[in-house]
Design a protein around this ligand. Structure first.
Ligand SMILES: Nc1ncnc2c1ncn2[C@@H]1O[C@H](COP(=O)(O)OP(=O)(O)OP(=O)(O)O)[C@@H](O)[C@H]1O
Ligand SMILES: [Mg+2]
Length: 361
């Protein structure tokens, strides 16, 4: 187990012309489960490979428990890494594949057998132990690969690069639960790369959201949902993501089209001018009376547990997530109501305040 610390670490694949990972500094506490979440190409694998030592960063230093490991190769860093696709030896059985990392470290025979059985049980692959891996389906092969990553207890960190991509959707849930359980007992430092927000949010103590080579926010699942600091987090986290609309701030009043929806609240005064307003569908409600932004309901999606109401205003389109017993219908006129605590103002994509809707005229 180890604390992982990055100091100004960045990487360019083209000699400095562009950075796949812009220089970042961070510390992950020993024993934490951290998820790296972001769209394809945002730099997740680059960051993971820098930690494992497969890639030497163009700039910055990497520390494990205050030891500078930047120039150590992967083997010397002693971390386990599980890749997106299976990496297995087909000259060995599944049992031998699982045992291999332990055998390499001269672990005693009985201890190896016991640990291999334990990991096979955890992953539901006990009955395949004496088969060669390439005879198995690809999802089972990936479980074996995952097992090889998990089998050693003495690694400072385990790094996963989208390990569940090829696993069946239902089993993914089970497996995620088992990994989480395992983490609660072993408290390895886990770094888990994914582009799936559910996977990241259910698995990790801390989620880092990456976009275009930069960390835009890190926090718990609730932080990212309730207090997005960047438009990208509003958009990327949540299902569906945040509603955004263009508005204006004038002498503290927040105006959408010709309607004042509230007053701006912020630590430092917000200059007059254009602004983006963001509100999650969960915090938007509709009323048939009132004088909020006028909308016409375009479509109602009944999702069983809730309804998604799509509404059009002159100024833009909105989605509200309403209780399943709400009875708005397509074609109806209504007014939008914004939750005062959860309506955010963004400038240059960064949050700069909230909207107190109680101040609306
Ligand atoms: N070996 C390489 N040589 C040149 N460019 C690379 C190399 N590996 C990655 N890149 C580029 O660096 C950027 C970040 O790539 P990276 O693989 O880290 O993204 P990722 O977030 O893991 O994406 P994905 O979700 O698709 O796996 C991308 O623009 C990618 O094209
Ligand atoms: Mg990747």
């Amino acid at each position: 187990m180890a604390e992982i610390r990055l100091e100004n670490v960045g990487h360019s694949y083209d000699g400095g012309a562009t950075f796949a990972l812009n220089p970042i500094s961070l510390t992950w506490k020993d024993g934490n489960a951290v998820a790296l979440l972001g769209p394809s190409g945002c730099g997740k694998t680059t960051l993971l490979n820098i930690i494992s030592g497969l890639l030497t960063p163009s700039v910055g230093r990497v520390y494990f428990d205050d030891v500078d490991v930047t120039d150590l190769d992967t083997a010397k860093r002693n971390v386990a890494q599980v890749f997106q696709f299976p990496v297995l030896y087909d000259t060995m059985t599944v049992r031998e594949n699982l045992a291999f990392p332990l055998k390499n470290r001269n672990v005693e025979k009985d201890a190896i057998s016991a640990r291999v059985e334990e990991i096979a049980e955890l992953l539901g692959i006990s009955k395949y132990l004496d088969i060669r891996p390439l005879k198995l389906r690809s999802d089972l092969q990936q479980l074996v690969s995952l097992g090889r990553g998990l089998v050693r207890k003495d690694v400072p960190a385990i790094l996963f690069d989208e390990p569940l991509t090829v696993i069946d959707q239902n089993f993914k849930w089970t497996l995620r639960g088992r990994l989480k359980e395992m983490h609660n007992t072993t408290r390895h430092t886990l770094v888990y790369v994914t582009h799936d927000q559910t996977e990241a949010l259910t698995f990790a103590d801390e989620v880092l959201v990456l976009n275009q080579g930069s960390i835009v926010q890190s926090g718990t699942a609730s932080d990212l949902f309730l207090t997005p600091e960047h438009e990208f987090v509003g958009f990327f986290i949540g299902s569906p993501g945040m509603n955004f609309l263009d508005g204006k701030v004038f002498d503290g009043a927040v105006i959408v089209g010709s309607t004042q929806i509230g007053t701006a609240e912020s630590k430092s005064p917000i200059a007059n001018g254009n602004i983006r307003i963001g509100i999650r569908p969960e915090f938007l409600s509709l009323s048939t009376s009132g004088n909020g932004v006028a909308v016409k309901i375009n479509r109602v999606e009944n999702r069983g547990g809730y309804k998604l109401v799509h509404a059009d205003a002159k100024e833009g389109k909105y989605v509200a997530k309403l209780a399943t017993d709400s009875n708005f219908t397509a074609g109806q006129s209504a007014h939008l109501e914004f939750d005062s605590q959860r309506t955010y103002l963004f400038r240059d994509s960064k949050v700069c305040g909230t909207v107190n809707t109680k101040g609306a005229k």
